[in-house]
Design a protein around this ligand. Structure first.
Ligand code: ZN
Length: 184
């Protein structure tokens, strides 16, 4: 589902795409099948060429419990904030050459996506947000005893990431740790 950025008024425009309105049904089908989803987002021009995109997407991903191997619906509730910039020419090997839909820029910097000829592929962007939402070790929700509610394996005190804040669209930056090293 593509958005023509030229049509967005100066004050910005908000969008509500869900299973009913259907804009994302096809593009998300390979990830979530017929599971309901709901995306809300707002796009606002920052200047004549750059835009700010903020929003959320909620759905459930079919995940396999890392402890018991049983499939369960993993709740996705991802927030994103992204700057949309015109497609750049990237000389091969330059530090921006890999920038695509999800930014490879340093973790603290803004996330940047490129658009091509006034058109931003919001469907593809949201597909990536949902695809990246599940943690590496997905695990079923804990029950009141702190056990996996699916397989009943005790999980209290174990560092499964289910209750942690959703990772959103931030990719892991292998160089992030270097930023904290002071060189005198
Ligand atoms: Zn389990």
């Amino acid at each position: 589902m593509k958005i023509n950025l030229m049509e967005i008024p100066e004050e910005g425009r908000s969008y509500h795409w869900d299973t009913q309105s259907g804009e994302l049904n096809q593009i998300l089908n390979d990830l979530i099948g017929k599971t309901p989803h709901e995306a809300e987002f707002f796009i606002k021009p920052l200047n004549s060429r750059d835009f700010e995109l903020t929003g959320t997407i909620k759905t459930k991903l079919p995940e396999t419990c890392a402890r018991c191997g049983i499939e369960f619906p993993f709740p996705v509730n991802s927030k994103y904030r992204e700057f949309l910039i015109p497609k750049q020419d990237h000389p091969r090997g330059s530090k921006y050459s890999k920038v695509n839909h999800i930014s490879d820029l340093p973790e603290d910097g803004p996330d940047v996506s490129e658009y091509d000829g006034h058109i931003f592929d919001m469907g593809e962007f949201l597909h990536e947000v949902v695809a990246l939402a599940a943690p590496f070790n997905a695990a079923g929700p804990e029950d009141e005893n702190g056990d996996c509610s699916i397989c009943k394996i005790p999980v209290k005190g174990q560092s499964f990431s289910y209750d942690e804040e959703m990772p959103g669209v931030k990719p892991t930056n292998p160089f992030g740790v270097l930023k904290n090293i002071k060189i005198n």
